[in-house]
Design a protein around this ligand. Structure first.
Ligand code: C2E
Ligand code: MG
Ligand code: MG
Ligand code: MG
Length: 278
């Protein structure tokens, strides 16, 4: 009896595995059509200047409106896009679409707004990343390079191949600013900050959420801000959810904040309304 119970448990296990593998396959298959079926959307989350609470930037965040499953978050499908190589095509769309919104939102010359675009390390490793095509696209739209920035993670810069470094410098040389996303969760080798002339550090949400209860998180955040400023970088705090966190961040001299306290990521129309309200 013990043996057959074991076998049963095993078959539940293999069945669950099979189901999740099938779920994955189906999702991958659907993802292939998502671009052409226009199921992908960008939402925009404001980034606020902590000194005066003005919206100065916005991060473009990808959403997949699946016809049966509803809204799927990027953490679920970006890894699949990376495994299948679809990230190249999707990333290309994200950049061009971000540029299109940047065009619309920076027409008013008084308004300084920068749209921040997440990039997968795989995009930098691909020969198909033609930065000149993107720069031409910006030029055609009449969008200044300074109206776009890119977000990369530290991992990209550690042991990066020369081609990867060239592509990164290609953005920098064109005047597109670079932010290190999720700073503090990786190796934080620091020496690359100066070497690659990075512009922004985004302190990872995991430090911000315990800012009041974990003295170490506060100390680390403050140390990051001091170091960044000494190197001529600016700092963005991710995942700011409370006024108390916001106050602390101002006290330690953090430049910008992003998080539910200010706004969730919004569909373009809602973001635009928020911009107009000032
Ligand atoms: P990320 O770049 O670190 O983006 C910040 C994430 O934190 C977003 O999740 C955002 O919705 C969430 N967030 C913002 N404020 C708060 C807050 O106050 N509290 C909490 N709990 N969360 C907050 P999202 O949109 O689900 O994106 C997850 C990740 O997917 C992103 O992390 C980024 O790594 C990746 N991603 C999103 N869009 C793209 C894209 O176009 N291309 C690539 N390659 N990756 C993307
Ligand atoms: Mg990001
Ligand atoms: Mg982040
Ligand atoms: Mg992240």
């Amino acid at each position: 009896a013990a043996k057959s119970a074991g076998r049963n448990r095993l078959s539940y296990f293999t069945q669950a595995l099979q189901e999740s593998a099938q779920h994955r396959l189906r999702l991958i298959n659907d993802l292939r059509g998502a671009l052409s079926e226009m199921q992908l959307e960008l939402h925009f989350q404001p980034i606020i200047s902590l000194a005066d609470r003005r919206v100065v930037k916005a991060e473009a965040l990808l959403r997949w409106r699946h016809p049966e499953r509803g809204m799927i978050r990027p953490d679920e499908f970006i890894p699949l896009a990376e495994e299948t190589g679809l990230i190249i095509e999707i990333g290309d769309w994200v950049f061009r679409e971000s540029a299109r919104w940047a065009q619309r939102w920076t027409q008013d010359a008084h308004r300084k707004l920068q749209i921040s675009v997440n990039m997968s390390p795989l995009q930098f490793q691909s020969e198909n990343l033609i930065i000149d095509d993107w720069l031409n696209h910006l030029r055609k739209l009449g969008v200044a390079e300074s109206a776009i920035s890119i977000e990369i993670t530290e991992g990209l810069l550690l042991n990066a191949h020369p081609e990867v470094i060239d592509r990164l410098l290609g953005f920098r040389d064109a005047g597109i600013q670079v932010a290190i996303d999720d700073f503090g969760t990786g190796y934080s080798a620091l020496s690359y900050l100066k070497r690659f002339d990075i512009d922004y550090l985004k302190i990872d949400q995991s430090f911000i959420s315990n800012l009041e209860t974990e003295p170490n998180d506060l100390a680390l955040s403050e140390a990051i801000v001091i170091m960044a400023h000494k190197l001529g970088l600016e700092v963005i705090a991710e995942g700011v959810e409370t006024e108390a966190q916001c106050r602390r961040l101002r006290e330690i001299g953090c430049d910008y904040g992003q998080g539910y306290l200010f706004s969730r990521p919004l569909p373009p129309e809602s973001f635009e309304r928020l911009l107009r309200q000032g």
